[in-house]
Design a protein around this ligand. Structure first.
Ligand SMILES: [Ca+2]
Ligand SMILES: [Ca+2]
Length: 128
């Protein structure tokens, strides 16, 4: 398996697409679990991701949240999403490490003021 850092640009865009898919997956999949079914405000997303309850989402909190989707999709628990585990049943394998690295890139883009955490406003901003 190729290292993520050596992956060509096409693989990078595939990761971006996957992150979007997983984000949609995790947000939609958690709705039925909510005590109150409606999750339509960014503040609700923030409070769900905000593990330590300080009102801001750290990189670790963001990665842990996004990894929930990864783990849900990694049906054989081997730490890699193989094509059969990916949406549509095809694509390049995605390692957990590579996925978290990709999430960190997304986080850093969202962290507009570079303070190392995402506010509700930064969380709600469209990806750059
Ligand atoms: Ca926090
Ligand atoms: Ca797997």
């Amino acid at each position: 398996m190729a290292l993520v850092g050596a992956a060509p640009a096409t693989a990078a865009s595939a990761y971006n697409a996957l992150v979007r898919i997983l984000a949609a997956f995790v947000l939609s999949s958690l709705v039925p679990l909510a005590a109150h079914a409606q999750v339509d405000a960014t503040g609700d997303y923030l409070s769900r991701m905000d593990g330590d309850g300080n009102g801001r989402v750290s990189l670790t909190e963001y990665q842990d949240w996004m990894s929930y989707a990864f783990d849900a999709m990694d049906r054989d628990r081997d730490g890699t999403l193989t094509p059969g585990e990916l949406p549509g049943g095809k694509g390049k394998p995605v390692t957990r490490h590579g996925y978290r690295a990709r999430i960190a890139e997304t986080f850093n883009k969202q962290d507009v003021n570079r303070d190392g955490s995402l506010s509700a406003r930064e969380l709600a901003a469209p990806p750059q």
